[in-house]
Design a protein. Structure first.
Length: 741
């Protein structure tokens, strides 16, 4: 512990950056201040507004502290036994009447930031034995996991940019300056990007908007939304045409190079230039500079994952890194060496197509179906359709496509359970709500994000506050639900369950560290990394830079890297068809909607923190001045945005950072729906981008939802400046047109 008993150190677990925090308590034991931990070897004192808002989350009067059960149109507080009994009985009853697949489960993003949820959540899901499992993965990052599984043999083998040593950072559809990395844990990424340029390197961003990251870059190329795969394919073709391929340290175990060359040969920069909006000379020069850099790394994130060719994008990004010799190379794309290695520990490798969704037949991946299919399967007449839902730290009505249709589907279910700290837009439909402790009331270790960090680090955070006696951690909620859902397991399962509950997350983590690659089990002649050592290292441990780990890291069946996986080669004709049709699509003069990330926001669930909601309203539609002039739109005035599935009203914000023909709306907003207990968020509800996104549009390769490049129509609806709070509240009253099943 710290020498000053009023000062506590821990890692922030609200986003992927895992910044170190210094938290000071006052004489009453309450939080006096939160600032960055200057002695954290990774974040080095950096902190974003979300870290400071941990204080708001902990003390939020709207945060649920006792279970709620539905009583007609309202809720009443009950004891834990009654709530857990009712939840388990409701779920079990639905399965007894309709079969095990009649219960669906949805996991939100906060689960991967939670040690207890990661360890104890999977056994609960297995006990449900349902094929209707969904998560935020398929609205965010599914193409990444598909690439890890297909290329490297495991869905969690995701190479990350070695930012601190690279000479050329090429970023497609990502905005790490706002996110502090995404599937790339990199606190204070702005300083790290500036350092690349300071040491003579280059940062290049390909994005329809001149983002916060693009403003720090040497160059920004405003690509047409949804056309990134064409740029990446043309860059790959250029490598072959101009003999820039370099496989000196990867050629010994890399296959499929010629097949990739042949599959993409006609997708030249000259052919894709008009469709992408990038000149052929620009694509060729970018490729040459990337290949010539002493070290380089290509990285793509949400903007390329959430489009119709997200799977091809993530494949081609890794193809570029491999063909230029920048995979598993200092300054390139490398694999972390975490103290707890989930891959070595036996986490699921992944799978594809073991079963399919009911209506469209979209394939499962790693035991989950694409969430874009959830509403249509619920609303179908299929005998195996979901008739009950359990959500864990998720708000799919705001975070998945066509939220209003999903809302209607959830309303029609027989039973609903939520494990959540808020009565939000989704959980307000629940029959039982089971609220876990807050982030500051439980211990934490990052199992996932240390495996995605740009430097090998480890940090254990003790709970800052003792939870109330009648509170439950989420892992305890999962364990008690499991006992009720599966009360008579085999003797072996009973022993395993008893042992895990006795150990708890802390005990399980201690075992994982001991048997991990840096633990005492594998270092018999050295101290090895133990939980005790981590607890004593209050600022965390620096375990060194990323190291070369291929081919030992590969989990493919033959121990080789095959670039020409058939699932990707089979999808290239679809890309070629889209290219042939691009001219016709571009001639219609319509607008395309993209999302955007904001540093003071965190998906849909932190808008009830007062210090994050201060200042100007941020749920605005960015539009280029030329488009605004043509449509008669005035800055700050209301506009109506309409898509094939719905419409919203928001204030317009004229911004020349947008590519002409493209508009942008931040994700995660759309509060103000009746019944949600979010007083701060409801004062500035904003409008939900997912009242416009169409669940019928997915990346056919991976099943990931298409949230970027959505065709929309924009029209002014007011002659006077719009009161932002009042205007965004109106968006919740606009009925979206009925979508066809």
């Amino acid at each position: 512990m710290a020498s000053d008993p009023s000062v506590h150190y821990r890692a922030c677990n609200l986003c992927e950056a895992i910044c170190g925090l210094e938290i000071r308590l006052d004489e009453r034991g309450e939080i006096a201040s939160i600032r960055g931990d200057a002695d954290d070897p990774f974040s080095r004192g950096h902190i974003c507004p979300k870290g400071v808002a941990l204080q708001d989350l902990h003390s939020d009067p709207d945060r649920l502290r006792r279970p709620l059960v539905r009583d007609g149109d309202t809720f009443r507080e009950v004891g834990w036994d009654e709530a857990l009994d009712r939840a388990a009985a409701g779920l079990r009853g639905v399965q007894e009447r309709h079969g095990r697949d009649a219960v669906a489960a949805y996991l939100g993003n906060p689960n991967v930031h939670n040690l207890g949820a990661l360890i104890f959540g999977p056994p609960l899901l297995r006990a449900l034995r349902t094929r209707h499992r969904y998560s935020a993965t398929s609205v965010d990052q599914l193409p990444h996991h598909l690439a890890g599984w297909s290329l490297f043999g495991h869905q969690l083998l995701l190479p990350v940019p070695d930012l601190d040593r690279t000479d050329f950072f090429l970023c497609f559809g990502g905005n790490p300056a706002a996110s502090n990395g995404s599937l790339m844990t990199a606190p204070d990424v702005k300083a790290r990007l500036k350092a690349i340029r300071t040491r003579g390197g280059s940062v290049v961003v390909v994005d329809p908007r001149r983002t916060e990251t693009a403003k720090l870059a040497n160059a920004h190329h405003a690509v047409r939304p949804g056309r990134d795969a064409l740029v990446l394919a043309a860059m790959t073709t250029t490598l072959f045409e101009e003999r820039l391929v370099d496989l000196r340290h990867l050629g010994g175990f890399t296959d499929g190079i010629e097949a990739v060359r042949d599959a993409l040969a006609d997708l030249t920069p000259e052919r894709v230039a008009d469709a992408t909006g990038l000149a052929a000379v620009t694509i060729r020069q970018l490729t040459r500079e990337f290949a010539a850099a002493p070290s380089a790394v290509c990285y793509g994130r949400i903007g390329v994952s959430t489009q119709e060719f997200g799977g091809l994008c993530q494949w081609l990004i890794q193809v570029l890194n491999v063909l230029t010799g920048n995979l598993d190379r200092p300054g390139g794309a490398m694999f972390a060496s975490p103290a707890v290695d989930l891959v070595a520990a036996g986490a699921s490798r992944g799978s594809l197509g073991r079963w399919r969704s009911l209506v469209r037949g979209l394939p499962e991946f790693a035991g989950e179906l694409p969430v874009a299919t959830l509403a249509e399967d619920m609303l179908s007449d299929h005998p195996q359709r979901p008739r009950a839902l359990i959500t864990v730290a998720g708000n799919p009505i705001l975070s998945t496509p066509d939220g209003r249709r999903l809302e209607r589907a959830i309303e029609g279910l027989e039973f609903r359970v939520a494990v959540d700290i808020y009565l939000n837009e989704t959980t307000r439909h629940a029959d039982v709500i089971l609220p876990p402790t807050s982030a500051l009331e439980r211990d934490h270790y990052d199992l996932v994000f240390n495996a995605l960090a740009i430097r090998n680090v480890a940090r254990y955070s003790e709970a800052l506050f003792e939870p109330p006696a009648d509170a439950r951690h989420d892992w305890q909620i999962f364990a008690e639900l499991l006992q009720r859902l599966d009360p008579s397991p085999s003797l072996r399962k009973r022993i395993e369950r008893w042992a895990w509950i006795r150990l708890g997350p802390r005990g399980v983590l201690a075992m994982m560290l001991r048997f991990g690659p840096r633990g005492a089990r594998f270092r018999p002649f050295g101290p090895g990394l133990t939980l005790g050592a981590l607890r004593r290292a209050e600022h965390g441990l620096d375990l060194g830079p990323l190291e070369r780990r291929l081919p030992e890291r590969l989990r493919t069946k033959n121990g080789r890297l095959d670039l020409a996986r058939q699932i990707y080669l089979d999808d290239v004709p679809r890309l070629r068809e889209a290219l042939d049709a691009a001219t016709e699509h571009d001639a219609d003069g319509g607008l395309l909607l993209i999302g955007r990330r904001q540093v003071r926001s965190n998906n849909s669930w932190m808008h009830n923190a007062p210090r994050l909601m201060r200042g100007k309203d941020r749920c605005t539609l960015l539009i280029h001045p030329s488009d605004a002039e043509q449509l008669g739109i005035v800055d700050g005035h209301a506009v109506r945005v309409t898509s094939d599935v719905g419409e919203i009203e928001v204030p317009a914000q004229i911004d020349d950072a947008m590519r002409p023909g493209v508009v942008s709306l931040p994700h995660g907003w759309g509060h103000g729906r009746s019944g949600a207990r979010l007083r701060v968020a409801n004062e500035r509800p904003g409008a939900s981008i997912n009242d416009l996104t169409d669940p019928s549009r997915v990346d056919l390769l991976s099943g990931n939802a298409v949230l970027s490049g959505v065709p929309v129509r924009v029209a002014p609806i007011a002659d006077l400046p719009l009161d932002l709070a009042a205007a965004t509240a109106m968006s919740t009253e606009v009925a979206a047109p009925e979508a066809s099943p």
